[in-house]
Design a protein around this ligand. Structure first.
Ligand code: HEM
Ligand SMILES: *[C@@H]1O[C@H](CO)[C@@H](O)[C@H](O)[C@H]1NC(C)=O
Ligand SMILES: CC(=O)N[C@H]1CO[C@H](CO)[C@@H](O)[C@@H]1O
Length: 494
């Protein structure tokens, strides 16, 4: 304990020296940087920010400092972009400048080596391009991604049917279904819901999910060096992420043994083929290490996000039985009861389409976005932003804009409907962010949300365990995400 105290003090001194050095340097540059609240040494603006609800703090600061402002998270400087115009100008009009990933110490610590989410430069470009093409179904097995989702929807519906209208918490069912889609794409097959190997993997992913809620993890991103020496949930997170990696390496090894280059079965095979093609290239970005990292990225980025959106969506729908009724009418009319929903149905289902958009808009799952950085010294509006500065393009400020979406805090599918009942597109629909870093799984996630929700409502009506008027659909704020209150629900067969 004594040792720990000394180390901490030593580190604090180092950090404050670093801070003095950086502030001196930036004032000497005489270029106008975005305004912001006054900053304390070491802790930055931490006392002006509500760590449990950063979006709310950013909203207040934007009222005072405008749509581009500077904050200090501990010793690190970040620029916040608040509102549609600022976010769009940065991520789209100046997309290249803002395409860097802000470096998050926790992520660096967890994911040593690079996948897509945390990498930059050539590694990021190549891995991202490869993942996007492969996820678009080129060169990956006989089954389309849509068919994989339909198949899984079928298993999910059957599993729900087996609950025989008893109330239960659907969280695990949704996590299993959603991670099975990634399994199917990456590993070539889905797993039985009882499969032990599968449940171990899910358990590891789930544990991370819980831990990410912890405030300590948020702190880790501000004060990594100090927390490295402290015990706590972030240490467990580091351990279980290591186990996920081992799991994936095992599956890669199996694939290498059974690979038929002429007939890639899945994402891993496609990647192994790419490695073979680039064999002569010493600088190739395609290695076993980047393969395992990229695979892990798809799990971490794709499972919690999509399953939580579905879980939250099913809670919201319980509160509005009249919305469910209207969706079911549309489902019966366009799809009927005799076949599974498919993506081609969506264009003929404006109401259901509007509801799925409104679910994503309303819950605003990743309110602050995943932090970006500028990849070079950048002029933005009248400001100068030095290379490497962390950037928060705040999605919450776009998704809850009150001009584009009147009453943004109210759940209202009308936000995405024209007066004549047709679907109304909005440029403000940015739950996946925008520009060069836009979510690489957007297409996949939207297919899953549409097909899973319609398949469920095609077959069941939701029966809440409390009066629907009493259902609380407000989010529990966590540092990274807006999470629904936990609930039980019965699925009554129709
Ligand atoms: C409802 C579900 C989802 C939401 C709300 C969501 C949201 C996001 C957001 C906000 C980002 C950060 C974008 C940025 O930096 O500007 C992101 C990045 C990413 N997402 Fe998703 N996502 C979802 C599902 C998925 C799925 C299913 C996959 C997997 C296939 C996935 C893979 C990724 C990857 C690989 C990145 C990193 C992209 C990059 O850095 O270039 N996401 N996502
Ligand atoms: C419905 O209204 C929108 C805009 O209000 C318009 O663009 C669209 O053409 C209309 N569609 C039909 C079928 O009337
Ligand atoms: C996804 C799924 O299993 N949907 C089923 C819902 O029920 C109808 C029959 O009522 C089936 O045809 C669908 O396949």
């Amino acid at each position: 304990m004594e040792l720990l105290g000394t180390t901490t003090i030593f580190l604090l001194v180092c950090i404050s020296c670093l801070l003095l050095f950086t502030t001196r340097r930036s004032t000497s540059q005489k270029q106008k940087q975005p305004p912001g609240p006054t900053t304390l040494p070491i802790v930055g603006n931490i006392f002006q920010l509500n760590l449990r609800n950063l979006p709310e703090s950013f909203k207040k600061l934007s009222k005072e400092y405008g749509s581009v402002f500077t904050i200090h998270l501990g010793p690190r400087k970040a620029v916040v972009l608040y509102g549609y115009d600022a976010v769009k100008e940065a991520l789209i009009d100046q997309g290249d400048d803002f395409s860097g990933r802000g470096n998050l110490p926790l992520a660096d610590r967890l994911f040593q080596g690079s996948g897509i989410v945390t990498s930059n430069g050539e590694t990021w470009k190549q891995l991202r391009r490869f993942a996007l093409t492969t996820l678009r179904d080129f060169g990956m097995g006989k089954k389309s991604i849509e068919e994989r989702i339909q198949e899984e929807a079928h298993f999910l519906v059957e599993r729900i049917r087996n609950t025989r209208a008893q109330p239960f918490n659907p969280a695990n069912f949704l996590v299993h279904a959603v991670s099975n889609i990634i399994c199917s794409i990456v590993f070539g097959n889905r797993f039985d819901y009882e499969d032990e190997k599968f449940l171990t993997l899910i358990d590891l992913l789930n544990r991370d999910d819980e831990l990410q809620k912890s405030i300590q993890i948020q702190l880790y991103n501000f004060f990594p060096t100090i927390l490295d020496y402290l015990p706590g949930p972030h240490q467990k997170l580091i351990q279980s992420t290591g186990k996920v990696n081992e799991f994936i390496l095992g599956i890669i090894a199996e694939h290498q043994k059974t690979l038929d280059p002429t007939c890639p079965r899945d994402f891993i095979d496609a990647f192994l083929n790419k490695m073979e093609q680039e064999k002569g290239n010493d600088h190739s970005e395609f290695t076993t290490e980047t393969l395992s990292r990229t695979t892990a990225d798809l799990f971490f980025a794709g499972t919690g996000t999509t399953s939580m959106t579905l879980r939250y969506g099913l809670l919201i729908l319980q509160k509005y039985p009249e919305i469910v009724e209207r969706m079911q009418k549309e489902i019966d009319c366009v799809i009927g009861r005799d076949r599974s929903p498919c993506m081609a149905d969506r264009s003929r289902m404006p109401y259901t389409n509007a509801v799925t958009h409104e679910i994503q808009r309303f819950i605003d799952f990743i309110p602050l976005n995943v932090p970006h950085s500028v990849i070079k010294d950048t002029k933005f509006r009248d400001y100068f932003i030095p290379k490497g500065t962390m950037i928060f393009p705040v999605l919450n400020s776009v998704l809850h804009d009150s001009k584009e979406f009147p009453n943004p805090e109210k759940f209202d599918p009308g936000h995405f409907l024209n007066a004549n009942g047709t679907f109304k597109k909005s440029d403000y629909f940015m739950p996946f962010s925008a520009g060069k870093r836009i979510c690489a799984g957007e297409g996949l996630a939207r297919m899953e949300i549409f097909i899973f929700l319609t398949a469920i409502l095609q077959n069941f009506t939701l029966k809440p365990t409390v009066d629907h008027k009493d259902i609380d659909i407000s989010p529990i704020h966590s540092p990274l995400a807006n999470i629904p209150h936990s609930y039980e629900v019965s699925f009554l067969p129709r």
